[in-house]
Write a protein that binds this ligand. Sequence first.
Ligand SMILES: [Mg+2]
Length: 303
Amino acid sequence: MINVQQQSMILIVDDVPTNVQILAEALSSVYRIKVASNGVDALKIVQRERPDLILLDVMMPGMDGFEVCRHLKEDVRTQNIPVIFVTAKNANSDEELGLNLGAVDYITKPFVIPIAKARIRNHIRLKQQADLLESLSLLDALTGIPNRRRFDEALAAELKQAIRDATPLSLLMIDIDHFKQFNDHYGHGAGDVCLQMVAMELAKGVVRPSDLVARYGGEEFVVILPETDQLSALQIAERLRVRIEKLGLPHACSETGNVVTISVGIATQARIPEGFMPQLLVDMADKALYAAKENGRNRVCSH
Ligand SMILES: [Mg+2]
């Protein structure tokens, strides 16, 4: 749970000390400020400190701001930190590239300090709201389907029920094939839309009210299938795989085909012993998913 009273932390990344100084002076009365003069140091600080917002210079020697942003957005632990690019005025193509990489805004040099401050304040407020909602909510903020927390609760509850009723329980672990390449090629904005479309299609693809589709994290999804034996789970998994393929979302950089596809790992526990740990079922499904990947992706594999 975040504490909204706590001072938010802003990381300023710029190779020109004067730029850093101007921004730091303008912001240090309201925020905690960290500073980096190059991309590599910036990424190190982000891993250690988890700032609430990053002001990122585009033009830097070595790793430029776009590259830093790409790294941040590739890592599930840092991808939700808002990035504002700081750049010299009048480069529209840069602005487009930056926003497609997942930046939330642009600030142009030379700074108009009150405007820069107002924009930063707005984005910090949005970040605090998103953090709070995410921590309170059982829904994933991006896709709107149940999140990891809801999944953990539901799996524990369904296991108890299955033990009580002596019924089988199946779990599907799903991963979008070559999603990193998709993001690299189309940008993170398109990547987010892809996650939303896949989530929606998976949710439509399960019909029983007791089945639960959730986002497990990154490009991974899970489906809990109560009272479902291995054969039925296999049929459901295959149905979901076909649905996603038929969505026909173009994927120019997939080695598996020219559209977005998924791999699915299935774990079924026919008779569940007392004290069975939920994590065990997750691990089994994960192993099966790994096998599906190893065997060529866009396929279903049972543990
Ligand atoms: Mg620079």
